[in-house]
Ligand binder design. Structure first.
Ligand SMILES: Nc1nc2c(c(=O)[nH]1)N[C@H]1C(S)=C(S)[C@@H](COP(=O)(O)O)O[C@H]1N2
Ligand SMILES: [Mo]
Length: 317
C-alpha cells in the first residue's frame, strides 16, 4: 500500500517520501557492480529442502508487497559515536522473504539467514572483500522484503539494482544491495561486515552484538541548518524515527525550555514521523535542538552518541 504524504509538498525538505535523487548512497566496496537484469539470479541455499534459483521474471511472478520504511545509515563503522543522520523515508515494492522461504522450505536446524551482495572490493586494507550480512531467521522471515523498486521506480544501480534486501526498522547496513545469494544456516557468518565491523555494546548488555535495530533519533529539517530566515512567526519542523513508534518530540530554542512539538502518529508502516512547533523567532542567531522519545522510553542523549540530540543554527533577520 502507498501512503499519503501527510506533510503536503513532496519536494519539501521534510516531505514524507524522500525523492530518490536526495537519498544518501553508502557503498563500501566501490562502484556499483554492473548487473545485467536478464542474467541476474538469486539463489536460496544451505539448510533448505528445495534450493532455489530465481530470475527476475520468477521473482516478479510471486505476490508483490509494498512497504514504506525509514532508511538510515548507521554511520562510519570506525566512528560509531559520530552522528551523521543520513536518513530517508522510502516506499519499496518487491517480494517478502517469507514468500521465497516458503518455496525453499528451511530445515528445522536453520536459525540464521545470510544475505550476500554481488559487489566485491577493498575495505579496511583487505582486497576481494564481499558484502555479507545476517539476521535471525524468525526476524528476517517476519520483516525482510526483497525489493526491486524504490518510490515506484526500478532501483537505480547505486541503490542495488536489480534487487536488494530491505530490513525495515534496522540500520541500512542490513539492507544488502545487489542481492544474489541467500543462505540458511545454523550459525552466524564470521565476516568483516557481520562480526568484525558493525558491532556495538548496547546499554544493559555486556558484549558487543551486531548493529541492527535503529536508535531513537530526530532531525530538524525546516529551517535548514545554517539558514538565514525571516524573524517572526515560523514553523520549526522535522522528522523523528525509531525501532518502535516515537511518542514525543521536544524542541528547545537557545537556552529556553524543552517544548513539546506536535507529532504525527506513525501509522501501520515503520516510517518516520513529522513533528512541528510554531515559534516566534526574535532577530539574531539561534540554536535549535530536537529530542525524540520512543514507546520503550528511549530518549536521544544530549551529546556523545550517534543519535545525540539534533542541533542546528539559524540566523533570523
Ligand atoms: N551489497 C552491499 N549492500 C549494502 C552496502 C554495500 O556496501 N554493499 N552498504 C550498506 C549500507 S552501510 C547502507 S547505509 C545501505 C545504504 O543503502 P543506499 O546506498 O541505497 O542508501 O546499504 C547497505 N547495503
Ligand atoms: Mo551505512
Amino acid at each position: 500500500m502507498s501512503e499519503k504524504t501527510p506533510s503536503g509538498d513532496p519536494t519539501a525538505p521534510d516531505a514524507f517520501l524522500t525523492p530518490v535523487e536526495h537519498v544518501f548512497v553508502r557503498s563500501h566496496l566501490g562502484a556499483p557492480p554492473e548487473l545485467d537484469a536478464s542474467a541476474w539470479t538469486l539463489t536460496v541455499e544451505g539448510l533448505v529442502d528445495r534450493p532455489l534459483r530465481l530470475d527476475l521474471p520468477a521473482l516478479r511472478a510471486l505476490t508483490q508487497t509494498r512497504l514504506t520504511a525509514v532508511h538510515e545509515c548507521f554511520g562510519n563503522p570506525f566512528r560509531p559515536d559520530v552522528p551523521t543522520r543520513a536518513v530517508a523515508n522510502l516506499d519499496w515494492s518487491g517480494v517478502t522473504l517469507s514468500t521465497v522461504l516458503d518455496l525453499a522450505g528451511p530445515r528445522p536446524d536453520a536459525r540464521h539467514v545470510w544475505f550476500e551482495g554481488a559487489d566485491t572490493g577493498t575495505f579496511a586494507g583487505e582486497s576481494e572483500v564481499t558484502y555479507l550480512k545476517d539476521l535471525p531467521l524468525a526476524q528476517a522471515r517476519a520483516e525482510v522484503l526483497l525489493a526491486h523498486t524504490m518510490n515506484g521506480e526500478p532501483l537505480l544501480p547505486r541503490h542495488g539494482f536489480p534487487v536488494r534486501a530491505v530490513a525495515p526498522r534496522m540500520f541500512g547496513t542490513n539492507s544488502v544491495k545487489w542481492l544474489t545469494r541467500i543462505v540458511l544456516a545454523a550459525d552466524r557468518p564470521d565476516h568483516m561486515f557481520t562480526t568484525r565491523f558493525y558491532t556495538r555494546t548496547l546499554p544493559g548488555e555486556s558484549e558487543p552484538g551486531p548493529v541492527r535495530e535503529i536508535d531513537v533519533n530526530s532531525k530538524l529539517l525546516t529551517p535548514g541548518d545554517g539558514r538565514r530566515v525571516r524573524a517572526g512567526a515560523c514553523e520549526l519542523a522535522g522528522r523523528a524515527w525509531s525501532f518502535t513508534e516515537v511518542v514525543a518530540v521536544e524542541i528547545a530554542v537557545d537556552d529556553g525550555p524543552w517544548q513539546p512539538a506536535v507529532l504525527e502518529p506513525r501509522g501501520p508502516h515503520p516510517t518516520w514521523q513529522r513533528f512541528a512547533l510554531p515559534y516566534d523567532l526574535a532577530p539574531g542567531p539561534h540554536r535549535i535542538r530536537s529530542r525524540a522519545t520512543d514507546t520503550v522510553g528511549r530518549v536521544q542523549p544530549p551529546t556523545g552518541a550517534r543519535n545525540a540530540v539534533h542541533e542546528i543554527e539559524v540566523v533570523a533577520s
